[in-house]
Design a binder for this molecule. Sequence first.
Ligand code: ATP
Ligand code: MG
Length: 558
Amino acid sequence: MSEDIITSDLSGESKSPTNFIHAIIEEEIRNGKNEGRVHTRFPPEPNGYLHIGHAKSICLNFGTASKYNGLANLRFDDTNPVKEDTEYVDSIMEDVRWLGFDWDDRLYYASDYFDQLYEWAVKMIREGHAYVDDLNAEQISEYRGTVTRPGKESPYRTRTPEENLDLFTRMKDGEFPDGSRVLRAKIDMAHPNMLMRDPIMYRILHTDHHRTGDKWCIYPMYDYAHGQSDYLEGITHSICTLEFEVHRPLYEWYLEQVAEGSYRPRQIEFARLNLTYTVMSKRKLLQLVNEKVVNGWDDPRMPTICGLRRRGYTPESLRAFADVIGIAKRDQVIDVALLEFCVREDLNKRSNRVMTVLNPVKLVIDNFPEGEVIELEAINNPEDPEAGSRLIRFTKELYIEREDFMENPTGKFFRLKPGGEVRLKYGFIIKCEEIVKDSEGNITEIHCTYQEDTRSGMVNSNKKVKGTLHWVSAEHAIPVEVRLYDRLFATETPENVEEGKDFKDNLNPDSLKTITAMAEPSVLKLVVGDRVQFERLGYFCVDPDSTSSKIVLTALLH
Ligand code: ATP
Ligand code: MG
């Protein structure tokens, strides 16, 4: 993997959507290829939850189809029954829809094509292009040779089509144990591309499949199934990640064995998305879930789509991110800050503001009458005039952030200090008169006076002070559980580990901190999934763990 980290484009301006894949497509349309038809597919293997990398691929496949008035299919690439599960199928469909894309009635499974794939394999056997091999896995790999040394032909390579057909039928009928035989394409054991040295087409697996049950005990390999599935669905552009570039000759070779006419799907590779501070491999994500390093696939620290959703990321921000990073031909690592930037930009426009104090210290207004309540108008979202305003209650006892007060301030500290003045947001200017401490020296109360005529609409409302603090009424505040999430990994490229180390050695030990915060009462109206901006703090999302007696909020960005 290349080590350049892309950080530059924080301007938020979406680049022109045109990329090298679109350039290829436009050229083909000009030349009348496939009668100008554009048909893509997103082909996940249902062996895990989708992550932000898949989101990039989904945006590319569905986005490209819609840009050229084409179609995009959702196809489950379910050729390996050992690791696949309907739980994953369901979550993948939910995630693609949530991202804002629709496959209409074009939902397919590679397993829908098992009969056709079998028939084509039989045809290849008849035509002398495939054979049953009795070598075991170890021998096959030994016979394959190396990059510098040609492979050696299997002694079974010269079997007659009749013998191959008989054995392949018996493989299908369950006569042989797992691993005892395979069907191989007969290409060239000396081919410079190792993948072309008689690749395996079918293996025996006496395992039930999540869709076909016990109908099959032989299963096609990915390379054989993928291109033929594309062909069967009329896919024009089979977009995949760079590691499949070396598979392309094989993709094309298989198609030549079965295709009729001139139509062929075309494989085009692009660079997969890598993000700093993020692990993207499904296998590693599964490990984090299984070993309970995180609380499930939708833990807000996970880069899975359901995790990002729970954290409060919007589909719009993920699509904007996919646009901004564009499509590259070379591997790259994108700075996760760019993703966070896209989320912030989107939420800034759409989320209502709420005042919440995360680390409260009591503030008493000495010259404010006991028991009196003043209602102040607070703007819900300065970015959205439609969002309106609400009334918040000001009382004698308030909470402010402990960090917003310093007894002995150093340098430029514009928040509250002894003798200093600040404005309480939407309210009055106050002056710090006195502090009260407990026997250990911790500040328990800050005593202030307020200036009544500094409130909005009053004569001194424009009086300038350097600091503005958020606050809540101590009497009215609602305690809420706030989960402060930080990055799951402490290092920029957590998958790069030295010998003998594990990616989990790079975990951030402080990625979750749970606190009780004091929020203004309007939080009672929020429902699960709502996103708000806590004034001066950042964005928070109402977590599904919330109950009727406890609101749980997840910090969206660290
Ligand atoms: P694995 O190969 O380990 O099962 P995968 O991430 O490749 O994992 P698939 O289900 O095969 O999983 O992926 C579905 C599609 O998403 C493929 O077309 C794949 O190329 C694409 N994809 C997967 N990871 C990324 C990524 N990080 N960036 C962009 N596209 C990706
Ligand atoms: Mg894959």
